[in-house]
Design a protein around this ligand. Structure first.
Ligand code: GDP
Length: 290
């Protein structure tokens, strides 16, 4: 299904970001550590130009730690960029945000005279409000699932050395890429009514088959893992007693069980994207163009 609502909102947001860019020293881009590419806004890199960027891999408490380290390496290799991995839920490594913002401004004439000014950007549900609240120590920003809500620009003093502007408006992910939608839906970051949840689950299962097959086997007590993601869903349904009259497996209930397990971390700490996958995806996209 096509998402219809973004152009109007997005243009407005882009313009506010452009205006705010002139007032800040660094961009603080919040991403979901489990899906750093799917949870990004495709225009940000171009928009910010040479401005230093802090990439915050949030929700590290749910992500695969080895994969996150590979993403750290990936982002370290990008120009004007430094990454940090944090969890705004547990508070893990939040101090590094202010520290690395300062590092990014190393050598600036004003560095010893005033605080660093940063602008927080990110798509809905990556944890912007939770991070700002945790850093400021005050409940200033409403937290929760709220795609569609626009907030006014707020400036918040975090420490003596960091001041941040809250995200002006809403930035959307790259919805035209089907995998982006599947990944975000699988993790519960976009509304469950937007995409076909059987397809979302099959996509997630196929990724798990590739990288975390042992987790599926262990969680659902499979004797062996089927090659077919639909068959796996049916087996999950069977094991969880999702039966309709006549013994037919209720696929929607099986999907609900599986997605709940995935989102609640019952399948372990996992990431749905690896830097290597992205290189392959870029190559595929290029091939499709020609
Ligand atoms: P925003 O839309 O980017 O402002 O995102 P929110 O701050 O509202 O967070 C979206 C959801 O993610 C909420 O349910 C948060 O509790 C949850 N969340 C945010 N940060 C973390 C984190 O580091 N770990 C975990 N497990 N959940 C988080």
């Amino acid at each position: 299904m096509q998402i219809q609502w973004f152009p109007g909102h997005m243009n407005k947001t882009i313009n506010i970001i452009k205006d705010t860019l002139t007032k800040v020293d660094v961009i603080i881009e919040i991403l979901d550590a489990r899906v750093p590419v799917s949870s990004s806004n495709p225009m940000i890199t171009e928009l910010i130009g040479n401005k230093p960027r802090l990439v915050v891999l949030n929700k590290f408490d749910l992500a695969d730690p080895d994969t996150t380290d590979r993403w750290m390496e990936y982002f370290r290799n990008l120009e004007h960029t430094l990454p940090v991995k944090v969890s705004s839920k547990t508070g893990y490594n939040l101090d590094s945000i202010s520290k690395v913002c300062k590092e990014l401004c190393h050598g600036a004439k004003w560095i010893d005279r005033r605080e660093v000014r940063g602008m927080v950007v990110g798509i809905p549900n990556v944890g912007k409000s939770t991070i700002i609240n945790a850093l400021s120590g005050k409940k200033k920003v409403a937290v929760g699932n709220k795609p569609g809500l626009t907030r006014d620009l707020q400036r918040i003093n975090i420490t003596n050395s960091l001041q941040i502007y809250d995200t002006p408006g809403i930035l959307w992910p790259k919805f035209e890429d089907k995998i982006v939608g599947y990944n975000l839906a699988a993790l519960g970051s976009i509304k469950d009514t937007i995409l076909d949840l059987v397809a979302v689950s099959r996509h997630a299962i196929e990724y798990l088959q590739l990288r975390y097959s042992g987790r599926l086997v262990a969680r659902y007590n499979f004797d062996e893992l089927s090659d077919d993601s639909y068959e796996i869903l049916l087996q999950i349904g069977k094991r969880r007693g999702c039966l309709q009259t006549g013994g037919i497996i209720d696929i929607d209930r099986a999907v609900a069980f599986f997605l709940k397990d995935l989102r609640d971390g019952k399948l372990g700490l996992l990431s749905l994207e690896e830097p290597d996958d992205m290189i392959k995806r870029e190559e595929l996209a290029k091939e499709e163009k020609f």
